[in-house]
Design a protein around this ligand. Structure first.
Ligand code: PNS
Length: 168
């Protein structure tokens, strides 16, 4: 049994992430998609909301489970005895950061070997950051994320807008 973990921020999950999840789920017996719950970094969605969105979009993939973690990835890998860390590579610009992270993780924990999957070309341009940016200005994100996710993103910006506009 080979178990893999795909860690990330997933703020929010995009079609690019889903492409990696589907392909990794075929390569390993089990795949855990895990959301980094980083209290120090301000995210659009709470870790719980990001987990819920991932659970919805992964519901039809039998060997995928969704979780969250905080702290060092290697500690989480050690605790759960994962065999492989999965990361997606979109372009050469991702490479330096990803290489550094993979090398650091492996130095900290030999078991934490990273397998890179190259993102399908149709999603090579896509990131959660651009999804947030387009949605924040009311643009169409239906080509970037599933409908259920898009609804939540727009709702979140409406709520945030209402909060910002509120005069207490
Ligand atoms: O989707 P992202 O933001 O590119 O994912 C980055 C993530 C969550 C995989 C990375 O930041 C991470 O593993 N953070 C946990 C803290 C950690 O272990 N840092 C050392 C890695 S060099």
């Amino acid at each position: 049994m080979t178990s893999a973990i795909y860690p990330g921020s997933f703020d929010p999950v995009t079609f690019g992430h889903i492409d990696i999840i589907k392909r990794a789920s075929k390569l390993f017996d089990s795949l855990t998609v895990s959301v980094l719950d980083n209290k120090a970094k301000s995210a659009l969605f709470s870790a719980d909301d990001r987990v819920k969105m991932l659970e919805e979009v992964c519901a039809d993939i039998p060997n995928v489970t969704v979780d969250s973690f905080s702290g060092l990835l290697v500690d989480y890998v050690r605790k759960n005895n994962f065999d492989v860390v999965i990361r997606g590579l979109r372009a050469i610009t991702d490479f330096e950061y990803e290489l550094q992270m993979a090398q650091t993780n492996r130095k900290l924990l030999l078991q934490a070997d990273t397998v890179f999957l190259t993102t399908s070309l149709e999603y090579a341009y896509l990131s959660s950051t651009t999804v947030r940016e387009v949605a924040a200005f009311g643009g169409d994100i239906s080509l970037f994320v599933p409908d259920s996710v898009a609804e939540r993103v727009y709702k979140k910006y409406r709520e945030n807008g209402e909060q910002n506009g509120r005069k207490d």
